[in-house]
Design a protein around this ligand. Structure first.
Ligand SMILES: Cc1ncc(COP(=O)(O)OP(=O)(O)O)c(N)n1
Ligand code: TZP
Ligand code: MG
Length: 208
């Protein structure tokens, strides 16, 4: 799929759910949007996360913030939630829904797929997705079942293999190492804790 805006959309891609936040997620997203994030992924998942109506209600509020700031709103894993929230896209991993089925259901939405190694790339329909999430680039404690860190070499190797495919790095990315991810060949960086745990969200976003 080809969307000429994707490389820019992926530049500062913020991901979170209420389980990542010590204070109101809506206020955290507003501050991040104000500071210049270029995309947002609603990932309400893992210990302490909301479900059912509470998840849907939070999703609506976060989607409204994204609409207000004209930031693409992507949903993690759940295609029903994509429909319910009229999201701009969905991000899936290797063990989630099939990209083929999703593309059929969502011909015009953004679809992102995680790839962590060459085997995963070999079995992935990369021509059906709009971007790939590559990582974890560095160690992360945010995702309990994260794979081992793959390093900047993984970004370099993906960029060589896919000169045109938008790539976003994920995992352990902070203002101290974000530039190295871009230099390795990514179009952007996706972060959770670099923003949700920041004392000053404006500085955190600016530093990416
Ligand atoms: C941009 C981006 N890249 C990778 C992931 C991880 O997706 P996945 O492997 O499906 O793991 P979960 O996030 O579902 O736990 C992501 N969410 N976003
Ligand atoms: C969702 C996800 N997928 C791979 S690593 C990760 C967590 C990234 O969180 P952080 O930016 O805090 O390391
Ligand atoms: Mg997933």
């Amino acid at each position: 799929m080809m969307n000429k805006h994707l490389p820019w959309i992926l530049r500062k891609y913020f991901i979170m759910g209420s389980q990542n936040c010590k204070s109101d997620p809506v206020e955290i997203l507003k501050k991040a949007a104000e500071a210049g994030i270029t995309a947002f992924q609603f990932r309400e998942k893992g210990e302490g996360s909301l479900s059912g109506d509470a998840k849907l209600e939070l999703g609506k509020k976060l989607r409204d913030v994204c609409q207000q700031y004209k930031i693409p709103f992507i949903v993690n894993d759940d295609m029903y939630l994509v429909d319910q929230l009229e999201a701009d896209g969905i991000h899936i991993g290797q063990d989630d829904l099939s990209a083929k089925g999703l593309r059929k259901h969502f011909p015009n939405k953004i679809i992102g797929l995680s790839v962590s190694n060459a085997n995963e790339v070999a079995k992935s329909p990369t021509s059906l997705v709009d971007y790939i999430g590559a990582g974890p680039v560095f160690d992360t404690s945010t995702k309990a079942d994260a794979k081992l860190a793959v390093g900047l070499e993984w970004i370099t190797s993906l960029r060589k293999q896919f000169p045109e495919l938008p790539i976003v790095g994920i995992g352990g990315i902070t203002s101290a190492n974000a530039a190295s991810v871009i230099e390795a060949g990514a179009d952007g960086v996706s972060v959770i804790s670099a923003i949700t745990k920041a004392d000053n969200i404006k500085n955190a976003v600016n530093g990416l």
